[in-house]
Design a protein around this ligand. Structure first.
Ligand code: MN
Length: 316
């Protein structure tokens, strides 16, 4: 997904240190738009919480009805460096095309993991024959220093591990959770799972004390102790927990994200995750000059131009 939806194009300096959170805190997402009729909540990065482990970006878009004037997504080819993107659909379909020549229909319950490394470009569109609703998530994982200069890649995993949690269920996208291991290859120690409440409306989640975690409601409202977290909010659990109990309505879904604290300072600007402003400036020049990022030949239209770059960025 592209970050043309950013209203300001300043770099976001990110730094996270191990955080012990005594009480879960509920953070409001920022409402934004991803084109006509496509509204979303941006949950990461937020000012009080830049990263959860290596997770540095989280958008929750829709649900929107495609037959009510909404055309869905049409995100022209744009570049990425230094990150993995995860597209996770709850409803609908997205057509992914990238500069490696991959063309893939992204469907609910399947993992789509793109690795940018030194550079990749891709487009994301609602297929022309799509009907019904569109609802999903776009996440980014920062790549570590040892991996971020590597080659780009795209992995599509149609079959993911599932399991039971009391009378609820989960589907594991990445990493390990409750005795299951996900197949996708990704270097930062992270996990992501979609959880579904059963009739009891209660889920007891086993956690790793060395991981930071966050939760977000995908439907309805999620309760953690006395705190309520409706769709559009993120529950920051910090690290140091070996479990948490959450409550919600039967059938409602929740996303659980976790990972070891990232430990490296990153710079995010537009669609790039880097360390120094000079790298971002070079990536922008390469994209605008038609270098490094290849082309998405099958997309019928022009690529997205990069916004103007503001020099003088500093990490914090
Ligand atoms: Mn993208």
């Amino acid at each position: 997904m592209s970050e043309r939806l950013e209203t300001d194009a300043r770099a976001t300096p990110c730094r996270d240190e191990p955080r012990q959170v005594a009480q879960p805190r509920v953070l409001k997402g920022r409402k934004a738009s991803l084109g006509p009729g496509v509204t979303l909540y941006r949950m990461l990065p937020r000012r009080p919480l830049r990263m959860v482990g290596a997770w540095c970006f989280l958008d929750h878009f829709g649900p929107l009805r495609l037959d009510e004037g909404g055309r869905g997504l049409d995100i022209a080819p744009h570049p990425h460096i230094g990150l993995h993107t995860v597209t996770w659909l709850l409803e609908g379909e997205i057509l992914h095309r990238d500069s490696l020549g991959n063309e893939c229909r992204i469907r609910p319950g399947q993992l789509n993991l793109m690795t940018a490394g030194q550079g990749i470009s891709h487009s994301e569109e609602t297929p022309g024959d799509a009907t019904g609703r569109l609802h999903g998530l776009q996440l980014w994982l920062a790549q570590s220093e040892t991996d971020r200069h590597g080659p780009p890649d795209f992995q599509h995993v149609a079959e993911l591990p599932t399991g039971e949690l009391g009378d609820g269920r989960f589907q594991l996208m990445l990493g390990a959770f409750a005795g299951r291991h996900a197949p996708a290859r990704v270097s930062p120690p992270v996990m992501a799972a979609e959880l579904r409440f059963g009739p009891s409306g209660r889920l007891d989640l086993p956690l790793e004390t060395g991981f930071e975690y966050a939760l977000t409601a995908l439907d309805g409202t999620l309760d953690v102790g006395p705190q309520s977290a409706p769709v559009g909010t993120l529950v920051d659990l910090g690290c140091g927990r070996d479990h948490v109990r959450i409550e919600g309505r039967v059938g409602d879904r929740t996303l659980l994200l976790g990972g070891t604290p990232f430990g490296e300072e990153i710079l995010m600007w537009w669609n790039f995750v880097a360390r120094e402003a000079g790298e971002i400036q070079q990536a922008r020049e390469d994209w605008m000059g038609g270098e490094r990022f290849g082309t998405v030949a099958a997309y019928a239209g022009d690529p997205l131009p990069a916004p103007a770059f503001t020099p003088g960025l500093r990490k914090r």
